[in-house]
Write a protein that binds this ligand. Structure first.
Ligand SMILES: [Zn+2]
Length: 244
């Protein structure tokens, strides 16, 4: 969750609405993989895709496109489209905000939908979740499939979204966080060996340990629309949804 050995400031977490910032290159790996002191671009994780955008070197205004961002041993590494950046370069980072903001809306929507599933039906477990800008999906194990019941859950999620709930984001020691009922909803998604957890709370709806960007208020999400329900086997169902 925190790349502490490289002293990276996680701008995408501290201010998820920040669209651009200055940064310094700490390290260049294999020509095109850049480690920055300030991490504006979200590295893929927790079912949320990486950010894209551009990095402009201040000394000559040369532009580098951000191709991908990933975490390697706890350090966020940005892949750019060309070689040329060097350690100590001063740069200006600019986010593809449209893409990021769609991910933020989808991400918060996914938390709300997951919490409704969890509350309404303890008989199935979410086994996977992939957020995307235009279409997101949930995988779950559920012995039988009931389309009407699924539509009802989506309606309930939309009712919560329409309330305009302000999110609360804070940190808790791991032991304290684990005492909270239902804090881990996505099977196998919990990072080990982390002593302090970032908690994302949608008061009255959901509380989870989470390391990704969210919207401030559920009203920003819009409305969840079911695109498709797939029956992929006995314990393997898939829901695709979009936002309107
Ligand atoms: Zn999340």
């Amino acid at each position: 969750m925190v790349g502490d050995n490289m002293q990276q400031e996680l701008v995408y977490l501290n201010d998820s609405y920040c669209r651009e910032c200055d940064a310094r290159v700490l390290e260049v790996r294999e020509d095109k993989f850049i480690v920055l002191d300030k991490v504006l671009f979200y590295p893929q994780g927790g079912g949320v895709p990486y950010d894209t955008g551009k990095i402009i070197r201040k000394s000559d205004n040369r532009e580098f496109a951000v191709k991908s961002v990933r975490k390697a041993d706890g350090v966020a590494v940005v892949e750019v489209d060309a070689k040329g950046l060097a350690a100590d370069d001063g740069v200006h980072c600019m986010l593809d905000w449209d893409r990021r903001y769609k991910h933020m809306r989808m991400h918060t929507a996914a938390h709300i939908l997951a919490s409704v599933f969890f509350r309404e039906n303890n008989a199935f477990l979410i086994t996977g979740n992939q957020v995307d800008a235009d279409k997101s999906r949930f995988d779950f194990s559920m012995p039988e499939f009931d389309r009407e019941r699924m539509a009802m859950y989506v309606d309930k999620a939309n009712e919560e979204i329409a309330k305009g709930i302000e999110l609360r984001i804070y940190e808790l020691p791991r032991e304290e966080a684990f005492k909270i009922d239902g804090i881990v909803k996505l099977a196998g998604a919990f990072p080990p060996n982390i002593s302090v957890l970032r908690i994302v709370e949608i008061p009255g709806v959901d509380i989870q340990a989470d390391g990704g960007p969210h919207v401030r208020n559920t009203r920003e999400i819009g409305t969840i629309e079911v695109i498709k329900l797939d029956n992929r086997g006995a314990n393997n169902k898939r829901l695709y949804f979009a936002l309107k």
